[in-house]
Design a protein around this ligand. Structure first.
Ligand code: GLN
Ligand code: ZN
Length: 765
């Protein structure tokens, strides 16, 4: 019989009641000293280790905590903070750390200097967690500069825990960074490895039994020089004498499987949820004396584990391997909420189908019991079986109506009646817009008054009618201001929406919401994704009343505003009992019905936002085509109910679309508006080269900053755009929605934007 142990790659850090968030925000406001913040961190770590121990895990994990971000912790530990942070004489390691995350403190002139700008932030693999991007130059040197990790390990040891420390591996760390100047990040490896060696030796000397070293890039398509670097690097790291558990997650290893199995480390962790098909080969290839850690419990989703199926998946491993077997979650639990204990208002049946971080710890323990003391596991296994059986046959999950509709969906449901060229003529005739038409992306400032009214209504202090009245007043206000600004295509302003996904989820069947299901997005910021548990259907119109009201106030066209199916999917926890593509198509049908109803209410322009289309791309390129095929089809199914005379817009942000331009074009929206101003319209070159066939609104100003751009600045960007895209196909709009801005700056910016459009019209005429 193998030795069976349990552990997790990492635990959430924000706190079950988001204690870290409030401590951080108080610290930034100056209400909490560094020492008090450190104390808050210490007590959270102690609690999280106690939970892991109480759940029966064999190891607790130390080193997964971070005040802002674990990659930032590594930047500081490895001594490669960019020089622009921390020149102030009174700076401390923690103040420099927060400067990397939030920008250096303002100097006495009152302006944040460009050279104090925060590090860039980007998505952690295919999750909604964002990390701070390390910056490297050819001069970058590394030194062990922070004791934080060792301090946390010592804390856990002092509390009597058996500790596994965790580190981000050197190759993944370099991969995640960006190089300034003409050199390759991998050239820094030689300088970096000795520092890692020193950290490992130190951990070993402090009595740490295991060090988990995360190299999730082994699940990516790696250039050969990166692949080759693994073997030599790990030979070198192995000299430190610490027992290393090399951890991979999020993606199958594929061509890197053999490499991962033969690296000179003491153990390997693999993601048994995302790559169950690789379990058997890893069991064969990994030398018999090594530890194999299998992630059987999904760290990326919220469903209760099918324990029987998990055990079955493990069968090839149990048969083949004599070495120790560790049971784990697929990845760190950073990506799921804390505990169902806080969800007393959740429907009890749905609740019984779920498992958050703390319930996942219990599942690991049940799996271990099933292998070691089967009689003691029966109760847990039975409970899981019953919940699963109930979920499988629940009429709340499976709707005959939805199934019939999908079956009856015609082949051409994803095609508009006529090709774009023809639609364009009909739409021009109907809309009578000038060249360089001006518009905005949808939302106007979400003021304190709007949010106050919404929470008063949710608390029952405001009647539904009074709330609706307040929202109508906001819509009227937005319409009046847009008319004053003389924009050409108006929007209602989205005052009634708390969030562009939640707003729709709350009105669709198949969605539920938690009270406290927060997941860290970055720093102190958390999101509370909806949970899609069943077939999606739209019981009644979701936006028509607001849109029709807005249109009744103006003779100019008002755009209807919808969130697209892929974005709703991407920003929710989704079903694991059917393919993502199927769920997306169901959402698409609901949006399609909404398009029809908006049209029937006289709305002539409808925007379907898909800001998350790009981020849904699988980590492996070999899977892109399949994803893009169903994702763009879902968009087209949503949009194609529209008549030729209805103009369909879409909107995308978060840059880097160049790689998928043909697929974006295949979505066949009449107009696409997108983020471009921050890259000074770089994207447009790609659009020009590819000859994007339909109309485009490249954002002419960055809405992420309160700065009001001048007319000249925006006119210059438009000229740049007009150089690659025919003027007859260009729109004029900001980069994204304006909900985070104030009215005063918004009005000034839009006034300049409209003036810039006029300038270009004059030049064209
Ligand atoms: N229509 C949305 C808004 O203006 C789009 C937001 C987004 O792209 N993220 O707020
Ligand atoms: Zn946007």
């Amino acid at each position: 019989m193998n030795t069976i142990h349990t552990h997790i790659p990492g635990y959430p850090r924000i706190g079950a009641a988001r204690e870290l968030k409030s401590a951080l925000e108080r610290h930034w406001k100056g209400e909490l000293t560094e020492a008090e913040l450190e104390e808050a961190g210490r007590s959270l770590r102690a609690r999280h280790w106690a939970e892991q121990q109480a759940a029966g895990l064999d190891y607790v994990t130390a080193g997964d905590f971070a005040f802002y971000d674990h990659v930032a912790n590594h930047i500081q530990m490895l001594g490669c903070e960019p020089a622009r942070f921390g020149f102030e004489p009174e700076s401390t390691p923690l103040s420099r750390y927060f400067a990397m995350a939030r920008g250096a403190a303002q100097c006495s002139c009152g302006h944040a200097h460009q050279d104090g700008a925060a590090l860039e932030m980007t998505k952690w693999f295919d999750t909604n967690y964002h990390y701070l991007v390390p910056e490297f130059s050819a001069e970058t040197r590394f030194h062990l500069t922070s004791e934080r990790l060792f301090g946390e390990v010592a804390e856990a040891q002092a509390l009597g825990h058996r500790v596994k420390a965790v580190l981000l591996g050197p190759l993944t760390f370099l991969w995640l960074g960006k190089a300034r100047g003409g050199f390759e990040r991998i050239e820094l490896l030689e300088r970096l490895l000795p520092v890692y060696g020193a950290i490992l030796a130190r951990l070993k000397s402090e009595g740490v039994e295991w060090v988990q070293i995360d190299e999730p890039i082994l699940g990516l398509d790696l250039p050969p020089e990166w692949r080759n670097a693994f073997e030599t690097s790990y030979w070198q790291l192995n000299q430190a004498g610490a027992q290393l558990l090399l951890a991979t997650y999020f993606s199958p290893l594929e061509e890197n499987l053999g490499l991962a199995c033969r690296l000179p480390v003491a153990g390997l962790h693999i993601d048994g949820v995302r790559a169950p098909q690789e379990l058997a080969s890893v069991a064969d290839w990994l030398p018999a004396h090594k530890v194999l850690s299998v992630g059987l419990v999904d760290g990326r989703n919220v469903w209760r584990t099918d324990l029987d199926a998990a055990l079955e998946r493990l069968a090839p491993v149990l048969e083949k391997r004599r070495g120790a077997l560790w049971l784990s979650t697929s990845c760190s639990l950073l990506h799921v909420p804390y505990s169902l204990a806080a969800e007393q208002r959740l429907d009890p049946e749905i609740r019984s189908w779920l498992a958050f971080a703390s319930e996942k710890l219990a599942e690991l323990h049940a799996l271990k019991l099933a292998l070691t003391r089967p009689a003691d596991a029966e109760a847990a296994l039975d409970a899981a079986r019953q919940a699963l059986a109930a979920r499988r046959r629940s009429p709340r999950v499976h709707s005959a109506r939805v199934a019939e509709r999908l079956a009856a969906l015609p082949e051409d449901a994803d095609r508009r009646t006529s090709p774009f060229a023809q639609r364009q003529l009909v739409q021009q005739k109907r809309l009578q817009l000038p060249v360089f038409p001006t518009t905005t992306i949808g939302s106007f400032p979400q003021t304190q008054a709007i949010r106050g009214a919404r929470s008063a209504w949710k608390r029952g202090e405001l009647t539904a009618e009074a709330y609706a009245q307040a929202m109508r007043a906001e819509i009227e206000h937005a319409i009046r201001r847009q008319e004053e600004l003389e924009l050409d295509v108006l929007v209602h302003g989205e005052a009634e929406r708390n969030d562009m996904v939640e707003y729709f989820g709350e009105q669709l069947e198949g969605f539920t919401f938690t009270a406290n299901g927060w997941v860290q997005s970055y720093g102190s910021r958390c999101v509370k994704p909806p949970i899609i548990f069943g077939d999606v259907a739209r019981p009644s119109p979701m936006t028509v009343e607001w849109a029709a009201y807005a249109q009744s106030l103006s003779s100019k066209p008002v755009k209807g505003m919808l969130t697209g199916p892929v974005t709703i999917l991407q920003w929710s926890f989704v079903r694991d009992d059917q393919p993502r593509a199927d769920t997306t198509l169901q959402i698409a049908l609901a949006i399609r019905d909404e398009v029809r109803d908006l049209e029937a209410a006289g709305i002539g322009i409808i925007q379907i936002d898909e800001p998350a289309l790009r981020e849904g791309l699988p980590l492996r390129r070999s899977r892109w085509d399949e994803y893009l095929a169903w994702a763009t089809r879902a968009f087209r199914v949503s949009a194609s109910a529209a008549a030729d005379s209805t103009q369909i817009h879409t909107h995308m942000c978060y840059a880097e679309f160049n790689v998928i331009l043909p697929q974006i074009a295949a979505m066949d929206a009449d107009v696409i508006t997108m983020e471009t101003s921050r890259s000074a319209m770089e994207l447009l070159d790609a659009f020009g080269e590819f000859r994007y066939p339909n109309e485009i609104g490249p954002g002419v100003y960055d809405i992420h900053s309160p700065r009001v751009p001048s007319q000249e600045e925006m006119a210059a960007l438009l000229r740049k755009a007009a150089a690659v895209i025919p003027a007859s196909r260009l729109w004029v709009n900001p980069d994204c929605g304006l909900k985070t801005r104030g009215w005063e700056e918004t009005e000034r910016a839009l006034r300049n934007m409209v003036a810039a459009a006029r300038e270009l019209r004059r030049e064209a005429a």
